[in-house]
Design a protein around this ligand. Structure first.
Ligand SMILES: Nc1ncnc2c1ncn2[C@@H]1O[C@H](COP(=O)(O)OP(=O)(O)OP(=O)(O)O)[C@@H](O)[C@H]1O
Ligand SMILES: [Mg+2]
Length: 311
């Protein structure tokens, strides 16, 4: 699947000297090489650091007055609280210096998964979601996410498009606008649940680690919610990767995370797709050149899926 282009990210040398020194001290060796992986839209440092001796770690860092630091600190708390066996890397530490914060995470070695029909990665990802959502989140995890608002629960877009429909709105979206707005309006009341939710599942927020297999990264939007959120988020990504919408609609009807809650799944998909259709039309934010083009593609994939679910 095409991974969205990397944004113009901060580099290791952009970090204050005192923070770099603090990290090298904590890691026990100087940094000899840095690699910024492709994928994602954030502007913060998100890089694999190689230390003298060859060990690698993954670091995310931003100034404390950047909202991404709040997200990184949330992600660190989540990584620390996920149950053993969760498909996530370990947290190695949090470090602050010169009003910056860095989160150090175990390095995963491998490419983004290939979610196309030709690969087994999509099947592996579905299986991970089945396992992740099959039992309630542990209390430690629920406590860790309780301090942040769920971004999944706040998704919407059709409401605004309904009140002022853009001329270039896809015909299928125009035909269903009132219905989509109604479905989306039902979502906030359905968004509660006690399962682990990653909240931002895309191929570029996963790494197919050579030893661990597909592993989810970027837990900055993690929350608790109904079982369907991650599976329903993955579905349009699979369409973007080349799967037929009819096949994915069928998978959603059968998957344990979505089969038992069809109304919640459809309401979430409506809210997510509305969010994409609305946001894709906004001016692009600085430092994230590929974001709006990605949202246009995702909006079309979500729409195709929604139309199937309403048939
Ligand atoms: N633990 C890890 N080991 C190796 N590579 C990783 C790890 N975590 C993330 N990555 C890679 O780095 C990229 C950026 O990381 P991540 O998605 O966490 O950052 P982000 O700035 O929050 O991204 P986004 O822009 O999606 O919000 C990912 O797309 C992935 O390729
Ligand atoms: Mg990411």
């Amino acid at each position: 699947m095409p991974v969205p282009p990397t944004s113009s990210r901060l580099q290791w040398t952009d970090l204050p000297t005192s923070l770099r020194a603090r990290l090298e001290d904590a890691l026990g060796a100087p940094v000899t090489d840095t690699v910024t992986p492709s994928g994602g839209f954030g502007h913060q440092l998100a890089a694999a650091l190689t230390l003298e001796g060859g060990r690698r770690v993954f670091v995310k860092a931003a100034p404390d007055d950047d909202p991404l630091t709040t997200a990184n600190v949330h992600e660190a708390a989540v990584l620390d609280a996920l149950p053993p066996g969760a498909p996530a890397p370990d947290l190695l530490g949090n470090h602050r210096a010169a009003d910056w914060t860095a989160v150090v995470i175990a390095h995963l070695d491998g490419p983004h998964p290939d979610l196309s029909p030709a690969s087994g990665d999509a099947g592996q990802t579905w299986a991970l979601l089945d396992k992740l959502t099959s039992s309630p989140a542990p209390a430690l995890y629920a406590a860790a996410v309780s301090t942040a608002q769920s971004t999944a629960a706040a998704l919407h877009g059709w409401d605004e498009l309904l009140s002022n429909p853009p001329v270039n709105l896809a015909p299928a979206a125009r035909a269903h606008l009132p219905q989509f707005a109604e479905l989306e309006a039902a979502w906030p009341a359905l968004a509660h649940g006690n399962r682990i939710v990653h909240g931002d599942l895309r191929a570029d927020n996963m790494v197919r680690d050579h030893e661990r297999g597909v592993t989810f990264v970027d837990w900055a939007h993690a929350t608790t919610g109904p079982t369907c959120i991650d599976a329903a988020s993955l579905a349009p990504q699979l369409i973007l990767a080349g799967h037929a919408p009819a096949d994915i609609a069928r998978l959603l009807s059968d998957h344990p995370a979505t089969a038992s809650s069809p109304d919640t799944t459809t309401a979430f998909l409506a809210a997510l797709t509305g969010h994409w259709h609305r946001n894709a039309r906004k001016p692009g934010p600085a430092g994230a050149p590929g974001l709006r083009a990605y949202q246009h593609r995702a909006a079309a994939a979500g729409l195709a899926l929604l139309v199937y679910r309403l048939k």
